[in-house]
Design a protein around this ligand. Sequence first.
Ligand code: NIG
Ligand code: FE
Length: 432
Amino acid sequence: MSPQLIVYIRQLWNTREQSRLLKGKELAILPSIENAYLFITDGKIAGYGPMSDLESGKGMQEGLSISSSSPDLQTIDATGQFVLPAWCDSHTHLVFAGSREGEFVDKIRGLSYAGINARGGGILHSAQKLNDMEEEDLFDQAWNRLQELTRLGTGAIEIKSGYGLCVEGELKMLRVIRKLKQRSPLSIKATFLGAHTYPLAHRQVHQGYIDSLVREMLPVIAEERLADYIDVFCEKGFFSAAETETICLAGIRHGLKPKLHVNQLNSIGGIQAGIRLNALSLDHLETLTGEEIGLLGRHSSGSEMVCTLLPTAAFFLRMPFQPARDLIDAGCAVALASDYNPGSSPSGNMNLVIAMSCIGMKMLPEEAINAATLNGSYAMGLGSETGSITVGKRANLIFTKPVPSLAYLPYAFGSNLIDKVMIGGEIVSGQQ
Ligand code: NIG
Ligand code: FE
């Protein structure tokens, strides 16, 4: 791949000599360089700085020598454009079979999300469709969604299983994710969420399904290296905190760190279980007591745990937004993700997620962008690979259309403000 030099970038955002997880007040600081250049070799960031350094020959000696000597150097003019790290969406259910807009209308008519699940709809409805669908068709649908998200600026993504709910179905989903990993230039992580809900046959007596998760699914998943993480939907009517711990401990024995759905609808001990399990991230957090916020803050100060907030899921289910301000004030490392799924967030648009976090959760634009890039990368174990403009990281970049300021991005929430997207040094969307 020929080296690339991006020049005259109006403002280059999230530039960091060293990258690390951002906690509390640190989230509000989004470093940037005005009138900047960015130099890329082998799809990775090799150097960056103010144009004046490039012009005077100061700064990036290595880059300069290559730029003057390499005949195949490609120059990209980014006059008038902002360049940011591509979005890191650390919580999605991107692989699913078909949509559930019928239930969307049922909810308009008065049914609740929990009520739809209780009557055998919701996740079970998606499981039925997924188990009826051929693996190739499931892959094609997921692939098309991933293409759309790439155009919307997503450069790294975590994808969960959880609509199989049986050995064959869960393995089918994880194989589809593996194929996405192989075919897509995006950085992708896979999470095993066999414990998404109990299949109908196990609604009353849970042990049979827990045995299947632990004894049948996990060993194959570990053997075939089909997952990077384990997840459980810890919720009233789904998996209790004790069941969550049992399942996660089995996952940990197979090398899978937990990333958990907790406190979406009820507070049932998921936070405490997640902390005991040393989870990489605790996700959702719509329903939090003051005590739990304090607990998350205290745990965050001595750990790398991420609190992942999913504002489009709260919005779609007409729930109060997650208390981002309280979590940031408590010192937590907040990340933002889309939760893309057919039941509670049928959108994986991270631009919308960012806007909604500013509008509904009162996050500052700088906090939201840090949460959707750098902290999102750490929430899926990709902190050294992506999420900031740092030498050695992948050149996963968003080029914006001309906008008056950074705050304009979440402010003009209905507009597509992305001009082009680069993944690993390749322009994957927009004009070269
Ligand atoms: O994160 N809450 C659990 N799982 C998904 C929704 C799944 C579905 O409704 O299909 C979520 O919101
Ligand atoms: Fe989810």
